[in-house]
Design a protein around this ligand. Sequence first.
Ligand code: HEC
Length: 136
Amino acid sequence: MLMRRIPSLFIAGTLSLLAAASVIGAGNGPDSDTAPEKSVPATQSSEPNPFAGNPAAAAAGRQLFLQTGCYNCHGADAKGGGIAPDLTASKLDAQQMFKTIHDGRTGTLMPSWGKQLDAEQIWKIVTYLRSVKHDG
Ligand code: HEC
């Protein structure tokens, strides 16, 4: 797809500029070629859900949803509890859900769960939420 190529061309261009800059600035210190690593995202939210459509993972995700306390705000069936939105009506895709659960939403009551839950647990919760979502 054309849209996907543009950013990688842009990144390649940026990297070669950085490479050129570090050749020019050679001898400035050992840190000069480490900067590009900062562009690696902290969360792996762009990877596909490894449990997509897996009913056992969805059941495990439901357990995690209850054990972790998501239901306190989102309701036992994830349909909203007055404090937080109905997740069965969410417009987010799986990757956006992962990121929201992992990072939380600054400035709202939605906490970040990246320290309590590992990626596998978050994907299981996402699988559960996808399984109860209205538009699949
Ligand atoms: C303290 C209350 C609270 C808890 C606990 C909580 N949430 Fe949330 N959550 C919220 C609020 C409030 C929002 C809406 C944030 C906003 O306004 O953008 C939200 C938003 C979300 C969204 C984005 C929905 C959308 O369509 O934009 C997801 C997904 C989500 N929560 C999942 C979870 C999961 C999974 C857990 C448990 C691991 C959890 N939440 C625990 C309060 C909470």
